[in-house]
Design a protein around this ligand. Structure first.
Ligand code: NAD
Length: 497
């Protein structure tokens, strides 16, 4: 059976590892590979390799760094269908969705290609007579990224291209459920000319993560995953003196006002609710219908959901693939039971779905609940599966209060044709990423991605300009070149003259 191993110092790690995990093919339910789990000693080897590489990488010219990033961009673009195929094999998402993920990751690499412009400092001439002040942005050193299973290529690409472009060296700990894409891309980066040790990949679980968090040689940690782990990473990492950004879970609402284009809203709710089997941190999981919107919207969504083609990525007609593991499948299915028991109306029941020829796969058909209320577990918890709930409210005020009272604040959308209502909403809503007639408002690479409240622990969002800030620190230099008329001792606090 294939063994997926770490990538340290520009090559596969070839020594034995005592700890391993199973990598499943979620469409067949079979274990298709084993993945090595790093021990603290293996993480230390990666840090040591990254530390050595950092000595020369931080002084490598911006021109050279940018050239390597351009070459990497070309290679990822050339191999994108292969990367997408790895995602389908290990994650289960259908090929079109997988390709879309790689494309959004590519956009961040393209942003990082512009690093010479992004790290420019500031300069003020003659702040005092003959004194100039300027700021420069310097890398932090060795930084790490810990990523979730649901975007095995894109989320790491939110991190390492920018961190590396800024002059840092990087240790990536991808999800142990779908680890292959990270190693594949590390290999491509080497082929693009990246020196050995600048990007290292260590696989594993909590053991590897905990060593990353406590290792004194690592200056900063970017994390994307569920809220309880994000909180743990933030608290543990900052206690160890590191800079940390930790993005957590979500429960995203889509508000539909009665004047919305109901065909558009129904398409959007279906696409954003069930795309990637609902395993997206920006998935819509609650549709909040105002006034009589539900009576118009729900039948349209039901019609669309019933037509969704669920199946393996190997079948070109599949629109929605399986869930990531058997355990996750059981958890999502148990939420459907809860919803029924709590009194929500199950308008579409996907529990009985079986994919022909793939009976052992982790498939769950799409489920749609109507008449969900805020006290129900299916409303409160992040389900992370193909389960969409509709909440009916009387007014816009009730809808926005619902959104603003939620513990998560990753994404939100409003569907309306009333510009004034949309503008009021944009101003009042307490959520980090807002869509107006756009259901999944993932910002383009030159803005930054991040939620509020329990969806982000830390100060800076990920990628874009916030990413550059996160992976650099500013130094301010005050300079005067010797001139005889500057002589003379002065014990007073420096003042501008
Ligand atoms: P997860 O939190 O279980 O795992 C994320 C990473 O943390 C993995 O690399 C995993 O190995 C590691 N990890 C897991 N348990 C750990 C522990 N006890 N101690 C230390 N490390 C641990 O998340 P997941 O199931 O892989 O991904 C799904 C979650 O990620 C969802 O909650 C989703 O909303 C969230 N997510 C958020 C964003 C965002 O941008 N906010 C993006 C994608 C996914």
């Amino acid at each position: 059976m294939e063994l997926i191993t770490h990538w340290i110092g520009g090559k596969p790690y070839d020594r034995r590892s005592d700890r391993h995990g199973d990598v499943f093919n979620p469409a067949t339910g079979d274990v298709q590979a084993k993945v090595s789990f790093a021990t603290p000693a293996i993480v230390d080897e990666a840090v040591s390799s990254a530390t050595t590489a950092a000595q020369t990488w931080r002084t490598t010219s911006l021109a050279r760094r940018s050239k390597i990033l351009f070459a990497f961009r070309e290679l990822v673009d050339r191999h994108k269908t292969e990367i997408a195929a790895l995602l389908t094999r290990e994650h289960g998402k259908v090929p079109g969705d997988a390709l879309g993920e790689v494309q959004r990751g590519l956009e961040v690499i393209e942003f990082a290609c512009g690093i010479p412009d992004l790290v420019k400092g500031e300069f003020s001439e003659n702040v005092s007579t003959d004194v100039d002040v300027y700021s420069i942005r310097q890398p932090l050193g060795v930084v790490a990224g810990i990523t979730p299973f649901n975007f095995p290529a894109m989320v790491p690409m939110w991190m390492y291209p920018i961190a590396i472009a800024c002059g840092n060296t990087f240790i990536l700990k991808p999800s142990e459920r779908d680890p292959s894409a990270s190693v594949f891309c590390a290999r491509l980066f080497k082929e693009a000319g990246l020196p050995d040790g600048v990007l290292n990949v260590v696989h594993g679980d909590k053991v590897a993560v905990d060593r990353i968090l406590e290792h004194p040689g690592i200056s900063a940690v970017s994390f994307v995953g569920s809220t309880p782990i994000a909180k743990y990473i933030y608290e543990t990492g900052t206690r160890a003196g590191k800079r940390v950004q930790a993005l957590g879970g979500a429960k995203n609402h889509m508000i539909v006002l009665p004047d919305a284009d109901m065909e558009l809203a129904a398409d959007a709710a279906t696409s954003a609710g069930y795309g990637s089997a609902g395993e997206r941190c920006m998935a819509i999981s609650v549709v909040v219908c105002v006034g009589d919107a539900a009576d118009k919207l729900v039948p349209r969504v039901v019609e669309r959901v019933k037509k969704l083609r669920v199946g393996p990525g190997s079948d070109p007609s599949s629109e929605m693939g399986p869930l990531i593991t058997k355990e996750h499948h059981a958890k999502v299915a148990s939420y459907v039971e809860h919803g029924v028991a709590e009194g929500a109306k199950l308008a579409v029941d996907g529990r009985g779905f079986r994919a022909a020829g793939h009976e052992k796969g982790f498939f769950l058909g799409p489920c749609l609940f109507d008449h969900v209320t805020p006290e129900m577990t299916i409303y409160k918890d992040e389900i992370f599966g193909p389960v969409l709930g509709v909440v009916r409210v009387a007014s816009y005020d009730e809808a926005i209060a619902l959104v603003n009272h939620g513990p998560y604040a990753n994404g939100v959308a409003i569907f309306t044709n009333d510009g004034g209502a949309a503008r009021t909403f944009q101003q009042e809503v307490e959520v980090g990423m807002v869509g107006i007639n756009v259901p999944i408002p993932v910002p383009v690479s030159y803005y930054s991605f991040g939620g509020w409240k329990a969806s982000l622990f830390g100060d800076l969002h990920i990628y874009g300009k916030d990413g550059v800030q996160f992976y650099t620190r500013t130094k301010v230099i005050t300079s005067r070149w010797p001139d005889p008329h500057h002589r003379g001792v002065d014990l007073g606090f420096p003042q501008m003259k």
